[in-house]
Design a protein around this ligand. Structure first.
Ligand SMILES: [Zn+2]
Length: 317
């Protein structure tokens, strides 16, 4: 490795450490409901310092900071406001607690997630810090500075047990892999993917398992632009099989709620956002386990959209 490369790597670490500190300070005392606002600032930092989170990433994955050539720009999920629940007929108190409950005991920095896992689980990690970690991961992904994983080491770390810091319910679309989007490693995310990021009984049951038995503290419902399932639902066409029809039927209410406002691609975009909100509310309606976890402050549900072009995860209001 040339001196220039070594210097560049060392410089990156310093920059990242500095920016990581700033982001950490911003989120250190924030409750989940405040994440949305802070996220905007984090975004700005991320876009001005592509390597920002690399130092902490290096800590977490036990690998040297290294950058990959890349693409993208950043953003982040944010807490679900009570307003949305009200719009979708859910008791405001549930969404309020989902988005802004008192955080559990905080431990360590936002960059110490993997150490927390290695030390026996994520039970003491603040949901705000978890959200912050995921946002930082998305910033890395967007800037093209995703982690260089040492898969063997990561595999060893989680071979006996798992304590995923977050659950993600996202679309099956091959362009939207949560582990990549949030730059996370083995054992970090408990992922459920369905076309159109909808929640049927099996999806809900899977999330219940992670919330109840794996103690995941954060659940992100992640939609994306130009979603094929939403586009199919918006087309109004009959699906060729009853199983495909089941998907479209689940998304149809989100399309109906948007159709008076927009058409074409704009309709698909709006319906996709509405679909995320409705899915998040569906989870609470369908699951006493998730409802209880939210009410007791053990679970925070976040809603977000992924931009296929920029790689950004953007919070929904
Ligand atoms: Zn999709």
């Amino acid at each position: 490795m040339s001196k220039a490369v070594i210097f560049s790597a060392a410089q990156s670490v310093l920059m990242l450490a500095a920016l990581g500190f700033v982001v950490k300070q911003q989120f250190a005392s924030a409750k989940p409901a405040e994440v949305a606002a802070a996220v905007q600032t984090a975004e700005e930092h991320a876009s001005s310092g592509a390597h920002e989170a690399e130092a902490s990433r290096s800590d977490r994955h036990g690998s040297p900071p290294k950058r990959e050539d890349g693409e993208h720009g950043v953003a982040a999920p944010k807490a679900a406001p009570a307003k949305e629940a009200a719009e979708h007929g859910e008791p405001a108190s549930q969404a309020a607690s989902g988005g802004g409950h008192a955080a559990p005991t905080k431990s360590g920095g936002a960059s110490q997630g993997h150490e927390a896992h290695a030390g026996g689980g994520s039970a003491s990690v603040d949901p705000t810090e978890i959200a912050n970690e995921l946002l930082a991961g998305n910033a890395r992904f967007v800037s093209g500075a995703s982690s260089m994983h040492q898969w063997g080491r990561e595999r060893q770390r989680v071979q006996a047990t798992q304590h995923p810091k977050a659950m993600v319910l996202s679309c099956s679309d091959s362009r939207v892999p949560p582990e990549h989007i949030f730059d996370q490693g083995l054992g970090d995310l408990f992922v459920v993917r369905t076309a159109g990021n909808i929640a049927d009984a099996i999806a809900v049951g899977s999330l219940e398992y992670a919330a109840e038995h794996l103690h995941s503290k954060v659940l992100i419902v992640l939609g994306h632009e130009r979603c094929g399932a939403v586009t199919a639902a918006a087309s109004g066409q009959k699906m060729p099989t009853k199983n495909l029809d089941a998907i479209v039927k689940k998304i149809a209410p989100a399309v109906a709620a948007s159709s008076g406002w927009s058409k074409g691609p704009a309709l698909v975009h709006m319906a996709a956002e509405n679909n995320v909100a409705r899915t998040a509310d569906d989870l609470l309606k369908q699951s006493p386990v998730l409802r209880k976890a939210v009410a007791e402050g053990h679970l925070t549900i976040l809603r977000a959209m992924y931009d296929l072009d920029s790689g950004k995860v953007t919070p929904l209001p």
